[in-house]
Design a protein around this ligand. Structure first.
Ligand code: GLC
Length: 437
């Protein structure tokens, strides 16, 4: 593995840090999450009514793109096909696609056009698993809706997995050919017995790289939300992918390869507790939580791919819009502490978090203070200027009788002098920029 080449290819991704995940499909109608067919062991025939009813009259990807842009998200990943097998794109290889619903259009095409027009990089999620295709294992599979269903006991004799793989590879060829330059290809996912060469992964990745030489691929051709795959080893497989994709967790200490090289990673996280639109799930994260989790990801060298689940009409739920708008208001004033930033030389702090770019150190202060903020081992001579990121006002570092006993520290006061208690100007995250010499 050539880590220099790797870092070059990954440079935009590790700069941009914040993306929008979009889970959207027929499952927005039952509105119980995208696994509904599997969880409820629902037969194909019962799921058909959602295909027949699918009519997203409110689908306006330009609006999605504007929201993503305001939120400070620099790239997006849309479910071109999820596990239910339904395609939001005009695949020539199946009839199970948006063009054959009341929508009557290629919805992926409109998405890529709208997001590119806003200057947002485009990615597509593609499920390796397919619960619609007749050749995907039914009865014996661990998660297929018809698992263990006696009516499907003999189905295996008609299943030809290679025929499924030809179909799946063919669809990947379509999405890599028909929608211009893709920035991310997000495969999902591998599990016991269904991993790596079972997907004919070397062949698949060679095809993808020949059609989309710069695309970044996740690690799920050999892993899932919980595994790392071989990307971390001394000998990554050809299909190890470019980044690790921890799901619903922020790795406690970032992710390093076995040799200690920082590996790109992207935590994918829901805004409530579902990926697909879930009408009864009101457990929304606050804008404060989202901002602080984004900062945490950056401070550990990772990205945040934050999900929205548009409803059956194609609209992003209004709660999500509200949260992302607030996040955007913070980003508008503080995004320099996110883009191009990474792990800081300053270790973890009890009052918040620290990110660092080539030129600056950014203190993310979460708590009102008692006295100034102590930073061990730093000197004011190390910095050209220390200022609030929002508004740019200088913060003067002055000696104070309160700090005299602790000469190994530099003290950064939030208020007008170096003692007293100070209420933070931004309750979400007050950012202090320290410009390095
Ligand atoms: C999972 C789920 C899936 C979701 C994905 C996002 O692996 O199967 O529904 O799309 O994670 O990370």
């Amino acid at each position: 593995m050539d880590w220099n080449e790797y870092r070059k290819r990954l440079s935009w991704f590790q700069h941009d840090r914040f993306g929008m995940f979009i889970h959207w499909g027929l499952y927005a109608i039952p509105a119980r999450g995208e696994w509904v067919r599997s969880f409820e062991k629902m037969p194909k025939e019962d799921y058909q009514k959602y295909f027949d009813a699918f009519d997203p009259t409110g689908y306006d990807p330009k609006e999605w793109a504007r929201l993503a842009k305001h939120a400070g998200m620099k790239y997006a990943v849309l479910t071109a096909k999820h596990h239910d097998g339904f395609c939001l794109f005009d695949s020539k290889l199946t009839d199970y696609k948006s063009t054959n619903t009341k929508a009557g259009r290629d919805l992926v095409r409109e998405y890529v056009d709208a997001f590119r027009a806003e200057g947002i990089k485009v990615g597509l999620y593609f499920s390796l698993i397919d619960w619609y295709h007749p050749d995907y294992p039914h009865y014996e599979d661990k998660i297929h809706p018809m698992r263990g269903n006696e009516d499907f006991k003999d189905h295996a004799s008609q299943e030809n997995f290679d025929r499924y793989l030809d179909y799946m590879h063919g669809q990947v060829r379509e999405i890599c050919t028909n929608y211009g330059k893709l920035d991310v290809l997000w495969f999902d996912f591998s599990y016991e017995g269904m991993s790596g060469e079972k997907w004919r992964a070397t062949e698949l990745v060679r095809m993808v790289r020949s059609l989309q030489p710069d695309v970044l691929i996740d690690n799920r051709l050999e892993a899932s939300g919980e595994g790392f795959g071989s990307l971390l080893t001394d000998n990554p497989s050809e299909y190890s992918g470019d980044f690790v994709s921890p799901e619903q967790i922020i790795p406690p200490e970032g992710i390093l390869s076995q040799k200690g090289e920082p590996v790109a990673w992207e935590a994918c996280v829901t805004l409530n507790n579902h990926w697909g639109y879930a009408v009864h799930d009101h457990d929304w994260k606050s804008a404060k939580t989202v901002v602080r989790k984004l900062v945490e990801c950056v401070s550990k060298g990772g990205n945040l791919l934050l999900n929205v689940g548009p409803d059956a009409k194609g609209r992003i739920p209004k709660e999500s819009v509200k949260i992302l708008t607030e996040v955007g208001n913070w980003m508008e004033r503080n995004s320099a502490s996110i883009y191009g930033c990474c792990v800081s030389s300053i270790s973890q702090q009890p009052w918040g978090c620290v990110t660092e770019s080539e030129t600056d150190i950014f203190l993310h202060v979460y708590e009102d203070t008692v006295g100034p903020i102590p930073l061990k081992g730093l000197k004011k001579e190390d910095f050209r200027l220390i200022q609030f990121e929002d508004g740019g006002a200088e913060i003067q570092i002055k000696p104070s009788w309160t700090t005299g006993n602790y000469p190994d520290y530099m003290y950064v006061p939030i208020g007008s002098d170096a003692f007293g208690s100070y209420a933070l100007p931004d309750k979400i995250d007050t950012v202090i920029r320290m410009i390095k010499k």
